[in-house]
Design a protein around this ligand. Structure first.
Ligand SMILES: [Zn+2]
Length: 326
């Protein structure tokens, strides 16, 4: 009896011990080789992308539910942005209704997404299509609501439909709250198959790595009637720690592919769904204070767009080198 009581006591005690967070090993200082790769990435970015290089190479962080909301804003003649400093959705007006890229987290439908439509005097019932950068809940969160209430078509790459319909065991463990509402299986995004809505054409580029079905998008935006090509890398790895070795290698190849495609398309507008490394609030402030004739702050130019992607590539090389322990 005593023995049993002791063992219960001990297992109870072990349980308490295991409930504590495991001790965090101090990060290994970067080797000279890794430091050289960081310098290379910083040089590729130059002054324009210094903050991006610091974020991706040295101080990455995940988006957070506490990221402060942004003022819902019309950033181009045909593009609106809604969300917060960590995660945003874009609404694009076309000749046949609205197309939305991403849809924030499920708990932000009522607090940020729909109020954003109201603020911008946009009718959510006009959203004909929602196109997801990838199949995580902070991107598809509002899509089930729009599908159910407004009949919006939901587009996700096949591999990420699979991911959200059959999440890997253990995913979401430790997260609070109910599971996210899933959109009903709908349209599939594929590279080589543009998504058309009225006069608007969005070109998907497959960029697996963050998830198997991550997608980048290339599409035209208009500023005071002038057309520019914009791109959004819809599967940016914010915190490399959670990605497998294979995932990082795949990501490196995808970044190179995206560089090729955006170069060919002469992309000169940098848009993000997690605008942490290229802070959106600064751009919105600049847009608000923009004087007649000044450039739109989201237009960075073709050369700078390529440098932005070079920094992503450079810091991915840094993360791969760190992983290899060189
Ligand atoms: Zn994600």
């Amino acid at each position: 009896m005593l023995e049993r009581a002791t063992s219960v006591l001990i297992s109870g005690f072990v349980g308490v011990l295991l409930a504590q967070p495991p001790p965090v090993a101090p990060p290994k200082p970067d080797s000279e080789q890794v430091k050289a790769l960081i310098e290379k990435a910083k040089k590729a970015g130059g002054a324009v992308w210094a903050e991006e290089a610091h974020f991706f190479c040295e101080a990455p962080r995940a988006n957070s539910p506490n990221d402060p909301p942004i003022e819902p804003t019309k950033i181009f003649d045909n593009v609106y942005v809604i969300g917060n400093r960590g995660t945003v959705a874009y609404v694009i007006s076309t000749s046949s209704g609205l197309l939305m890229i991403d849809s924030l987290s499920p708990d932000q439908t009522e607090t940020q997404l729909l109020p954003g439509f109201q603020r911008l005097r946009l009718d959510p019932a006009q959203v004909k299509a929602i196109v997801m950068g990838h199949g995580h809940a902070d991107h598809f969160g509002g899509s089930a609501y729009f599908q159910e209430h407004y009949g919006s078509k939901v587009y996700i790459a096949a591999a990420d439909w699979d991911l959200l319909e059959h999440p890997p065991v253990g995913q979401g463990k430790g997260k609070q709250g109910p599971p996210p509402p899933l959109p009903k299986h709908d349209q599939v995004i594929m590279e080589g198959q543009p998504i058309l809505l009225g006069d608007f054409k969005l070109r998907p580029v497959a960029i697996p790595g963050h998830t198997p079905g991550s997608m980048g998008f290339i599409f035209p935006v208009k500023d005071n009637g002038k057309t520019y090509m914009a791109a959004m890398y819809g599967g940016t790895i914010l915190t490399p720690g959670i990605i497998s070795d294979e995932g990082l290698q795949t990501y490196a190849k995808s970044v190179a592919h995206f560089k090729d495609e955006t170069k060919k398309a002469r992309v000169e507008v940098e848009l993000q769904n997690h605008p942490l490394m290229d802070p959106i609030q600064t751009k919105l402030d600049n847009l608000k204070n923009r004087k007649k004739g000044e450039p739109n702050p989201f237009v960075v130019g073709q050369a700078n767009y390529q440098r932005f992607v070079d920094v992503m590539a450079g810091c991915t090389a840094v993360n791969i080198a760190r992983r290899k322990g060189v």
